[in-house]
Design a protein around this ligand. Structure first.
Ligand code: SF4
Length: 333
């Protein structure tokens, strides 16, 4: 399948002023390489502050890159200005679904107008707008659309509001969507439905999806590939089946340990989980950034940064002890 988005060595740095001490550099993304194909979902997983939302926004060019390149279907869009992104239709082809279905919808606008707004901004004709709005509402299963177009957000459930958000993202016919924690604020009973819906729309519209989540367990259900991030870098990436079945990086192993065990018989078995908060990205640890929390860190980890290396087919890990962990000579749990 054709590649929709490709990030190559992307860095996003911010200069943060800190009183009399002058300024410091915050490395929100520090050399990330990632690609997403049509009909593929790549889940980006990590704790808050790891850079996953920044990654989503940089891939959409909602943020400028400090270094590295962003390609949309082979075209380098890293340095394009806003006018060029609009004129060449990149803005239409790349959309985002936000986390919060409550605050992201204007309470005074009808559903039909909310979904139509992006089309109006892009200068579509009335008839085209009506057709596209109805199609998008049908795609997100708010049917029949004529029953929903005149309603207001407060008349809908949380799950339905998130469907409106998805419809609004779809209405311009995007080929790439960033879904930033799209189900974290809706009730558990609607979550699976929304995730299944996203997957079926992705396939019927042949889109590529970047799915951002702090919950590694949901990556299993939505993604073909996964990238685990820690302090602005990819710690482990590969096919979701491979990474979740054979996690190698200690951080991934500990993240998976913190997922609640569905089988009550296993629930009592205590497994080590990740401790403490991630260090400040303003003051990241030297060498392997995970060494301050890693239970199997050695002296080398403090000094030398591990390179992302392929240990299984298409499965890459940045850890000095990956080989020992893989052959079972070293246990993280
Ligand atoms: Fe832990 Fe060292 Fe591997 Fe980093 S490189 S994850 S500190 S063992």
């Amino acid at each position: 399948m054709e590649e929709v988005i490709r990030l190559e060595g992307v860095k996003k740095y911010y200069e943060v002023r800190s009183g009399l001490l002058g300024s410091k550099i915050l490395k929100a993304l520090d050399g990330v390489t990632l690609s997403i194909r049509k009909k593929e979902t790549v889940a980006v997983v990590g704790e808050s502050g790891c850079g996953k939302s920044t990654l989503g926004r940089v891939s959409l060019r909602l943020l400028d890159v400090t270094d590295g390149r962003v390609f949309f279907k082979g075209q380098d869009i890293s340095m394009m200005r806003e006018e060029e992104l609009r004129a060449k239709s990149f803005r239409k082809k790349m959309q985002i679904i936000f986390q919060d279905p409550y605050s992201s919808l204007n309470p005074f606008m009808r559903i039909g107008d909310i979904v139509a707004e992006p089309l109006e901004i892009h200068g579509y004709r009335r008839e085209e707008i009506r057709e596209a709005v109805y199609r998008a509402l049908e795609d997100v299963k708010l049917v029949p659309p004529e029953e929903f177009v005149n309603r207001y957000p407060h008349e809908l459930s949380g799950g339905q509001r998130q469907r409106v958000n998805i419809a609004r993202a779809l209405v311009l016919g995007p080929e790439y969507i960033v879904a930033d924690e799209p189900v974290s604020m809706i009730d558990a009973s609607s979550r699976a439905e929304i995730l299944l819906l996203l997957k079926s729309i992705r396939d019927s519209r042949e889109m590529g999806v970047l799915y951002i989540t702090h919950d590694i367990a949901t990556a299993r259900y939505v993604s073909e590939r996964v990238a685990v991030m820690y302090l602005g870098e990819i710690a482990e990436t590969g096919l979701t089946t491979s990474v979740l079945k054979t996690p190698i990086h200690p951080y991934t192993i500990l993240l998976l340990n913190s997922v609640p065990e569905p089988d009550p018989a296993n629930r009592r078995r205590r497994r080590p989980v990740i401790k403490g908060e991630p260090p400040s990205p303003l003051n990241p640890p030297s060498g392997c950034k995970f060494h301050t929390r890693c239970p199997v860190a050695i002296e080398r980890c403090r000094i030398e940064k591990p390179a992302l290396t392929e240990y299984l087919p298409g499965h890459f890990v940045a850890c000095h002890r990956a080989e020992e962990i893989m052959r079972g000579a070293l246990s993280v749990t």
